[in-house]
Write a protein that binds this ligand. Structure first.
Ligand code: ZN
Length: 125
């Protein structure tokens, strides 16, 4: 594993170390399964817009339900249709991805606290 060698001049509080260790355990548990997926799954009803189709009747009976997995790739939205059993399988993966983001945000909060608590941080306007 490659990561920068940590400096010994910044020392976390015991509470921060404990929290970081708990976060690391939860991240490791999620990573061990490898069930992580970005994006979101949404439920769609569609209209084919062909005259005479039930989806254009009044009241309308749209086609579906269909499920769509959507994510961003280089700023663009990319979607794929999913079957109902795929939704049941992959929804927990998306939940895991969100959890990983929360956990890394909490680690970042520890880092932010460290900088603010560091007496070497210059006070400049
Ligand atoms: Zn239709």
């Amino acid at each position: 594993m490659d990561y920068p060698v940590p400096s010994l001049s910044v020392v976390l509080t015991p509470d921060q170390k404990l929290e970081a260790r708990k976060i690391a355990e939860e991240i490791a548990a999620i990573a061990r399964e490898g069930h992580v997926l970005s994006g979101s799954i949404t439920f769609r009803l569609t209209r084919c817009r062909q005259p005479g189709c039930k989806c254009m009747a009044d009241p309308a009976q749209p086609h579906g339900p269909y499920w769509q997995w959507t994510r961003k790739v280089a700023g663009k939205t990319v979607s794929r249709w999913l079957s109902a059993d795929q939704v049941a399988d992959y929804q927990p993966w998306i939940t895991n991805h969100r959890r990983l983001r929360e956990l890394t945000a909490r680690l970042d909060a520890i880092g932010i606290s460290a900088v603010y608590a560091d007496p070497r941080t210059p006070h400049r306007r």
